[in-house]
Design a protein around this ligand. Structure first.
Ligand SMILES: [Zn+2]
Length: 145
């Protein structure tokens, strides 16, 4: 997935604001390009796990569908550990078609990684961070395909 730095920064800012608790939310995408970030409430309010508020998740997913966008990624933060899916994350990964983005803010600088989690198997996926200018050039599709 491609994501503009400004969008990525929104999730990093949320992670810092809600630390030490984990934060969570959804990233909408279109054609593999992130288009919007939707923060949600961590109903677990815990530094060790997240549980996206069910009503908010429903509302966000409806809004994304209405806009004709895809569920690009489900994100949450790790405030104490490396940005790699925990066993709990793996057990609760119910969307094999979505990316799982983990915003790591345990270290000196944010480390954001993306994974696919299918049947308990974790595979890291590329997360290409662009600036707004690069994203626009990408739209010209000169060598995109
Ligand atoms: Zn986690």
């Amino acid at each position: 997935m491609q994501i503009d730095r400004a969008l990525l920064d929104q999730s990093v800012a949320q992670a810092h604001a809600e630390a030490p608790n984990e934060c969570c939310g959804i990233i909408a995408a279109r054609d593999g390009q992130a288009v919007s970030v939707h923060p949600a409430r961590n109903a677990a309010a815990s530094p060790l796990r997240y549980e996206m508020d069910g009503m908010e998740q429903y509302r966000i997913q409806s809004a994304i569908e209405d806009a004709g966008h895809d569920l690009g990624a489900i994100y949450h933060s790790h405030t104490r550990t490396a940005p790699y899916p925990s066993q709990t994350d793996i057990n609760l990964a119910f969307y094999p078609e979505a990316l799982y983005v983990i915003v790591g803010v345990a270290g000196d600088r944010p480390d954001v990684r993306a994974f696919r989690i299918v049947d308990g198997e974790v595979s890291e996926q590329p997360l290409e961070v662009t600036s707004a200018g690069e994203a626009r050039r990408g739209d010209e599709r000169s060598e995109a395909e």
